[in-house]
Design a protein around this ligand. Sequence first.
Ligand code: NAD
Length: 256
Amino acid sequence: MPKTPDYFAGKTIIITGAASGIGRATALIFARERANVVCADINEKGARETAEAVNGKGSQALALEVDVTSRDAVREMTVRALSAFGRVHFLFHSAGAAIRRAKFLEIDDALMQKTFALNVNGTLYAMQAVLPHMLQNKQGVIVNMASMAHRRGGPGSSVHYAAAKGAVVSMTMGVAREYAMQGIRALSISPGPIKTPFQDAAGSSPELVKRFLDDIPMGRFGEPEEIGELVLFMCSDACPFMTADTVYVNGGGGWR
Ligand SMILES: NC(=O)c1ccc[n+]([C@@H]2O[C@H](COP(=O)([O-])OP(=O)(O)OC[C@H]3O[C@@H](n4cnc5c(N)ncnc54)[C@H](O)[C@@H]3O)[C@@H](O)[C@H]2O)c1
């Protein structure tokens, strides 16, 4: 079914990880659709720059410094979004990272805890913060960022990260199914490598980045906008029967 024209105009999305990469690209796509965009990130300057770019497209934005590993900070993010815009229709939880690369036997408690605090607890807190409000309105779409890594298992460099993203896929599915009769849809996206600062943040070696590239039949990394347009589709009224699953976006591969 076609998306209603102007479907997003005046509706509100919270985007975590909005200072950079996929989160920022998605913020600008929702701004194009005249949505209000709450730009949340631990990087306050980056969040403000994204918010300014959203304003530059004629949409309203709110920049918030938020550490998604803090339950209180995430709750406060939702309170501020509601006091600014009255309602929150969508959550795109993009904040996440591989923290650092490590072989399986080198994964220590600190790395495992940091990886789960960011990717798993962050997703839990964000969903728990917006859901009561969405349930009250009997409407809401949540899109979480998983990764192809959860299918590959992250051999040799990121079993910790792959496991965390596997938890994101499971939690999203559970929430979608628990609230399916109450107007809530929840989906996750599992991208292959996308051209953002993500690999730098993880300290990926040039050899590892080349290995990822060699494994993609299309011979290139994805663009962040190629994920952002999918988030827009998932949040729209074009796919009301779509919930629970993860969608792979990977140029045809990345399975090794
Ligand atoms: N780029 C890829 O190849 C790729 C592939 C699969 C999945 N992903 C996932 O996509 C999401 C977005 O990554 P990206 O590629 O845009 O990378 P990115 O590094 O450009 O963006 C990640 C953003 O998350 C923010 N962030 C980190 N820790 C935070 C915290 N504690 N609280 C709030 N914000 C925090 C960062 O400041 C940054 O702005 C992540 O969840 C990542 O795991 C990325």
